[in-house]
Structure formats: C-alpha cells, structure tokens
Design a protein around this ligand. Structure first.
Ligand SMILES: Nc1ncnc2c1ncn2[C@@H]1O[C@H](COP(=O)(O)OP(=O)(O)OP(=O)(O)O)[C@@H](O)[C@H]1O
Length: 411
C-alpha cells in the first residue's frame, strides 16, 4: 500500500516545530481494500480511515469540484486512479501541500519547502477561491506563524480580497468561523489574524463589530496607540502572552471594547459608557457565531466590568461585593482569576505599557478569596433563613472585604 505523510505534520517538521496530528494520503486503494487491510472508517464526508494500530488518519487521495455555494457543495472523487499530485493540488497553501514518502523523500510539486524557507503563505492554485474558509485559514496560520516571520504572498492576498468582495464569505456557517476564530485566539499572535482579515476586507464580513473599532480614536494620554482597533489587537496579543493557548481569555480580550465603536462622534476621543454600549453588539456577535456559553459569559462580564476592575482601589467595600455578585463569583469562583487576566491584558495591551505591573488584578483575587471564605454556615444563627440569611451573608462578606483591605494597607 502506497502511503505518504502530508499536511501539517510535514510542514511543522520543516519549520522545526513539534508536529501535531500525523495525517496520511493513500494512493491507489478503494474503501474496500482499506477495510480488508484492517483500517477503520471515520468521517461521513470523505473517505478517511484510522490505522488499526497507530490510530493515525489515512485518507484516500481525492480530487474535489465545487458544484454549489457552501462547503457542502463539493463533489469529491476518490477513485483509485487519483494521483498524489492531484490530491496535493486541491490543498490550500503550498506549505500544506507537501507529502513525504516512507523513506523521507519529499514530494513537493508546488515548491512548498521553498515557501517554508522564505516564510511565505502562498495559495496552491486558482481553486483556492472555491472555499471561503481559506481566507480565515490564511489569517489563522498568520496568527500562528507571523512570529516565525511569515507573510501572505501578495497574489494570495489579492485573491483573498476578490473572495471578500464577491460575497463568498457570506456562505460560511457559524461553526466553521468560530472554529478558526477560537484557534486564532489560542495562537501566539492573534493580532495577525485580525490584521490579515482587516487588510483583505474580510473582517467586515466575519466580525463587523470588531472591524468597526478601526479608525475610532481614543485619548492619547491613556492610549498612545490611539486607534481602538490597534489597541484591541495589542490586548489580544497580550492575552495570548499572559494566558498562552487560552481562547476563553482571548475571546473576552477581543470583545471587551466593542462599545467604543458606538460612541457618539461629538464625545470622541472619550468613551463614556462604552462598557454598557458594548453589551448589545457582543450579544449579537455571540448569537450569530453560536459562541459557547462559557465564552459568552466571561466576555459579557469583562465588557461590563473592566473599568470597575481598573479602578478597584476607588470602589467602596459594598461596591466591590456587588461587582463580585454581578460576576457570579460565589457560584463560579474561577471567573475572577479569568476576569483579572482579561483586565490585565487590557491595561498592558497599549503603547508603552507592555511590562507594567497590574496590582488591581491581584487585589481583586485577594478580596474575592476573603469574601468567598465566609460561608452561610458561619453566619447562620438560629431562626435565620431565606432573605435574612442572604442579607447576613452579604454583610459578613462586605466586612471580610473591608478587613482584607485594612490588612493590606496596614502592611
Ligand atoms: N479548507 C481547506 N482547503 C484546502 N485544503 C485544506 C482545507 N482544510 C484542510 N486542508 C488541507 O488538509 C490539511 C490538514 O488540515 P488541518 O485543518 O488539520 O490543518 P493542518 O495543516 O494540519 O494544521 P493544524 O496544525 O492547525 O492542524 C492541511 O494541511 C491542508 O493541506
């Protein structure tokens, strides 16, 4: 049986990275011969099998033809006469279209190894335009590989612009968009995802709420970078630095300032109320992309509360308690460390602040821990129940917050 290692595993090895999934292509076989050789079938759309021992994926070499809009509109042909080169030619980027023989020989008809060397993301051929997801994949690979020096080839960027203006991106289903977005947010440089999409015009189609932030000015004394879109790019990169691989933090970082696009022009560059104004577009974005609940909840919390956390030192004890309650911090204690990270990314994700300390993040977690340590059992006196017990607990938690603050100022 003739098999080749292909795609990400070959690319990552050439880049000197730890390879992820090892995917293989099989030439000259049929589903029947694969089953007879002990492979197990997976996937409904394509003829893919699992190796009986290694569990690695083996896909029959295939060609594809676009018959209708959308990613279900592909007609797949995996006839045993399909060659390796034909299979490689339907792939997205040259660096993803390299195969490796059993003995380590590269089959590289599109000069992918040269593009790895030159750090260029280049499309394989004109069929690139058939799947609009490739625009997002390009941006996502940039989020991952820009730190290695990658750029998008100008001719690929031109195609991505054409795909955007043709309206093709409207055919993308929310699940595919969210998958690319969340992977980009978990990468090292999410800003490259945003700037690539912004530059080819696709951000307007995918995340109009974020696109609307570009060109919106902020007060230069707090934001030397001035442009809100640039600030959000910096916050996302800072979130990726503070919480590597954590797309939950990344999504909240991405969306915390959406309200700044809705500031009336005569109020600029101030953004009074932007934390309130941001909630409606954030809800709309989450609904449209079917964002998972945990991501949506943290993002709404960070959007609403980030200014309160920045000025935590000025808040009264009972106001801090209210903030914790609004965050649902007594039922979901993990929420506070997450919120603190997003706020720290916001504060440090601006011009000149990259290495700043962020005391409010630590303080918020300290006050939360003090309040959380007070249990209903501690305040329950005989006969106290229902709302009266709740009130006693609230008061005891506010006292705990006051004492924790007094202890730190006495130090
Ligand atoms: N939408 C697509 N259009 C064209 N080729 C694709 C597409 N999706 C995947 N591929 C091809 O299949 C291979 C495996 O895809 P996959 O999404 O697993 O990414 P990968 O390159 O392995 O990167 P990762 O390390 O992120 O998994 C790619 O390297 C590429 O050759």
């Amino acid at each position: 049986m003739k098999t080749y290692l292909v795609g990400g595993a070959v690319r990552d090895r050439l880049l000197g990275l730890e390879p992820g999934d090892r995917d293989h292509v099989v030439v000259g076989e049929t589903p029947e011969t694969m089953l007879a050789a002990g492979f197990r079938p997976v996937g409904r759309d394509f003829p893919v099998f699992l190796h009986p021992r290694s569990n690695e994926e083996y896909a029959l070499a295939r060609t594809e033809r676009k018959s209708a809009p959308g990613h279900r509109g592909f007609v797949v042909d995996s006839d045993p006469s399909v060659t390796l080169e034909e299979d490689l030619s339907r792939r997205d980027f040259t660096i993803n279209a390299i195969a490796e023989d059993d003995d380590g020989t590269l089959v590289d008809p599109f000069d992918g190894a040269r593009d790895v060397e030159a750090r260029v993301l280049r499309h394989v051929g004109p069929a690139f335009v058939e799947d609009p997801l490739r625009v997002l994949r390009a941006a996502r690979f940039m989020a991952r590989f820009a730190p290695l020096g990658f750029t998008v080839a100008p001719e690929t960027m031109a195609l991505m612009r054409d795909m955007t203006t043709s309206g093709e991106l409207d055919a993308l289903v929310p699940e595919r968009i969210w998958q690319e977005l969340s992977r980009a947010l978990a990468a090292k440089r999410p800003s490259a995802f945003l700037s690539t999409l912004h530059d080819c015009g696709a951000l307007q189609a995918i995340l109009p709420e974020v696109e609307a932030l570009y060109g919106v000015p902020q007060r230069a004394e707090y934001h030397p970078e001035v442009d809100t879109g640039v600030h959000v790019e910096m916050v996302c990169d800072m979130a990726a630095r503070l919480a590597p691989g954590d797309d939950l933090i990344g999504f909240a970082a991405l969306t915390h300032d959406l309200g700044k696009a809705l500031t009336p022009v005569d109020e600029l560059p101030k953004h009074l109320m932007h934390e309130q104004r941001g909630l409606a577009p954030l809800r709309a974005l989450c609904e449209r992309l079917k964002v998972p609940t945990a991501y949506r909840e943290l993002a709404l919390t960070a959007c609403r509360e980030h200014l309160n956390v920045h000025r935590l030192a000025e808040l009264r004890d009972d106001t801090v308690h209210k903030l914790l309650e609004r965050c649902d911090a007594f039922r979901k204690p993990e929420r506070i460390a997450q919120l603190a990270l997003v706020c720290e990314a916001d504060k440090r994700g601006r011009g000149g602040a990259g290495d700043d300390d962020y005391p409010p993040g630590r303080e918020l977690q300290r006050l939360h821990a003090a309040a959380l340590a007070v249990r209903a059992a501690d305040v329950a006196r005989e006969g106290l129940q229902g709302p009266a017990l709740g009130e006693a607990l609230r008061k005891a938690r506010i006292v705990a917050i006051r004492q924790a603050r007094a202890a730190s100022s006495a130090r």
